[in-house]
Design a protein. Structure first.
Length: 381
């Protein structure tokens, strides 16, 4: 019997670079297994359900996962959740998740062993199941290592990264290390800290999650833990296929561990890892960090670099310089039409149409971009 698979995607999740990695992993495994799936971007409480045996969920917020699970259950559709833990326990379901709690536990342990015990967890989204796993790992590590930190040292975002940054600056004197909820937040934070005279890593260690391209281009380069969304997508398809082929199996759970990269933002101190137990706490809300226009541009720049388009990389590198825009096409040996096409593609991703704004964004966030070419981009992980 032909098995009918549909991939349901939360709209806000598409604004993240992690989405592209996840979908690439899903499509690669579908092709490897000779499977087909319908892809549906939906925020509808009643997405099309006719003829679907299993829905693979890819999203960001607890509320969205909850609605999709409830709808699938009501329509007798089996579910495999990817990217985050489901908000509710569902029968006939599978969950493939990145082990964010364990990764956070190890990150706190790493900083503590490096002598940075006054740690703030910054930029947490209360609506994100992924961030709530990080909160659990943060508090668990604080207790395990008897650190002078508590839930009062977690700074939440309400959808505006600039406001969250100001709250951090106001309390910066309490800390000697910062863990950002993800790389994009950390990249945004670096010039803010510099503006207020806070030095990384001399005064504060800074770490985050993602191992993004930007984390390897910012100055200083960023200590981070990778989140293998490509593998997440692959495993989600494997789980989905197994559930469809084995109707007697009621539930599955797979957790994927991350890899750590110590870089200049923590003085390249080596990692020392530990196994960790698990906690869970997931409030219901639907704030998306990626609707924040400031963070959206950072995320968009990461996506542009991820295209690995030589012309686009050269345009961004040119923007990192102070050369006049009037010489851009001539300097890159491209036609005006080629330049206009690539700029429109960049602007569409970043959400603006000003060359001056593009230059400001590039020069502020990625000083190392000046010497970058498409061939020298950090390799994908």
């Amino acid at each position: 019997m032909k098995m009918r698979l549909s991939v349901w995607i939360e709209p806000s999740y598409m604004k993240t670079p992690w989405y592209h990695e996840l979908i690439s992993g899903i499509k690669a495994e579908l092709g490897k297994r000779g499977l087909k799936a319908a892809f549906l971007v939906t925020d509808d409480i009643n997405p099309p359900a006719a003829g679907i045996d299993l829905a693979l969920l890819a999203g960001e917020t607890t509320g969205w996962f909850s609605r999709m699970h409830q709808f699938a259950s009501a329509n007798k559709i089996r579910v495999c959740s990817a990217s985050s833990d489901p908000a509710i326990a569902a029968s006939n379901s599978a969950c493939v998740t990145l082990d964010r709690q364990r990764d956070m536990f190890q990150m706190v342990q790493y900083l503590a062993h490096a002598g940075r015990e006054r740690i703030v967890l910054w930029g947490i989204n209360a609506a994100s199941p992924a961030d709530q796993k990080r909160v659990a790992g943060f508090l668990q590590a604080a207790q395990a290592f008897h650190l002078p930190i508590s839930s009062q040292d977690i700074l939440y975002t309400t959808g505006r990264i600039a406001d969250c940054s100001q709250r951090l600056i106001s309390n910066l004197h309490k800390y000697n290390a910062i863990i950002a909820s993800n790389d994009l937040y950390a990249v945004y934070l670096l010039p803010v800290l510099k503006k207020y005279g806070a030095r990384i890593p001399e005064d504060f260690y800074l770490a985050a999650f993602g191992n993004s391209i930007l984390s390897q281009l910012c100055e200083p380069t960023l200590t981070t833990a990778s989140l293998n969304h490509y593998e997440l997508g692959r495993q989600a398809v494997i789980c989905s296929h197994y559930l469809l082929s084995n109707p007697q199996v009621s539930q599955m759970f797979i957790s994927i561990h991350g890899d750590f990269y110590a870089r200049a933002s923590t003085e390249n101190a080596p990692f020392d890892s530990s196994e960790v137990a698990f906690l869970s706490s997931e409030p219901m809300d639907e704030i998306s960090s990626y609707n924040d226009p400031d963070l959206k541009m950072i995320a968009g720049l990461e996506v542009c670099l991820g295209w690995r388009d030589a012309v686009i990389t050269d345009i961004l590198r040119y923007c990192a310089s102070d050369k006049p825009f009037s010489l851009l096409a001539e300097s890159l040996y491209i036609s005006d039409s080629t330049l206009d096409y690539r700029l429109r593609k960049i602007y569409a991703q970043l959400g603006f149409s000003s060359r001056t704004a593009l230059r400001t964004l590039v020069q502020t966030t990625t000083p190392l971009l000046k010497s970058l070419t498409a061939d020298t981009l950090p390799p994908p992980v």
